[in-house]
Design a protein around this ligand. Sequence first.
Ligand code: PLP
Length: 446
Amino acid sequence: MRYASTMPSLAARDTRCIWHPFTQMRTAPPPLPIVAGEGAYLITEDGRRLLDGISSWWVNVHGHCNPHISRSVAKQAERLEHVMFAGCTHPPAVELSERLLAKLPPSLTRVFFSDNGSTAVEVALKMAYQYWANRGEPQRRTFVALKHAYHGDTVGAMSASHDSLFTAPFKPLLFRVERLGVPRDYLSSLDPARDGTASERLAEFENLLAERGSEIAAVIVEPMVQAAGGMLVWKAEMLRQLRRLCDQHSLLLIADEVMTGFGRTGKMFACEHGPVEPDLICLSKGLTGGYLPLAVTVTSDRVYDAFLGKGHSRTFFHGHSFTANPLGCAAALAGLDVFDTQGVLARVSEIEARMRARLRRLVGRRFTHDARQIGGLAILELQTERGGYLADIAPRMGRAFLDRNLLLRPYGNIVYFMPPYVVTDREIEWVFDQIEQVAEEVTGLR
Ligand code: PLP
């Protein structure tokens, strides 16, 4: 057995000492014991091969245990595993910054490292806030975010996120944020009856700017797709209009590309769909190919220069112990090698075309409420109860998929498929067969 371990089996051990995310329900099933990964598959302790249809919480891009990334991390571990990044630097961080900047819009010139998506967002919010204070406009303290946004689980990121089950216990701790709805016109659907025309102007935002524009520090968005908020795909036109209005009122635009970055939407970065250049961009997840926790918040000279001063009065006092961890940087560099040498984005557009063709066939089926698609992400919203994130239908579908050796994690009535880019055409076809069958089973509709 290739994956045999000398350790006692996971299934036989009492793992209740571990507090897993979201599993405090007494009826929660035990966690899946995963012992290995191989391409698009995760391998369980008892030898089942599960197709990882959600890229392990959206982090994996080049498949599990990609040989080039694994070797690069191993090599780096033999040279320098870690050093603090305050007052020190190291080759993988410098090379990674140079290579990332070469892929980002030219106005983004300064790379700030942290270690996960939430901290990348936290850094962006703090930078935007202090930027205005340093510039002598401390009244600009308000952030504008979209309804249904999700930006992470730390306190600032939760504040920017839409009120939800996740944020409810902490409401008194969170700062107030102005919320804009994504107008119906800006929603992107494969169903012509639901697809927006992007004709509507952002009247709500314009009114807010007219009344309180001088109090606003920044606008934060998940460009093109609001992921955890319901896999809402929106139109590039709205992104362009947001940029235009930010420019008109000198506001900073923060692009949270923690999920959308690294090819997920068919472009290296979702802002390219505009195209728009954000003032700050947050990247994590796919940054290391999904190998290690690493994040960056990249910004412009305009923002950076506001932090320069003789003393410390303008300094950005933010730094994590594992900032710019060399192993994470090595994984990220190797991940970029794969992008640069293996035609990955071209493959994502093939995946997109195949997914789109299959999804289109589901539009008009009785079980379909809506079908949306962008890049390597396919979304099927079922015609059924809308119980939100915790709707009972989600775990029922999750179990049905697992029985078919497919790992998907529906949100309520929303099933989405976001595989690593090494997924084959046959596997995509197979996954859609499973989705179709499970949708029929759970809804009783055809
Ligand atoms: N921002 C977006 C858009 C996300 O989708 C996520 C996580 O799913 C985060 C931020 C938070 O990232 P992390 O889970 O690495 O803290």
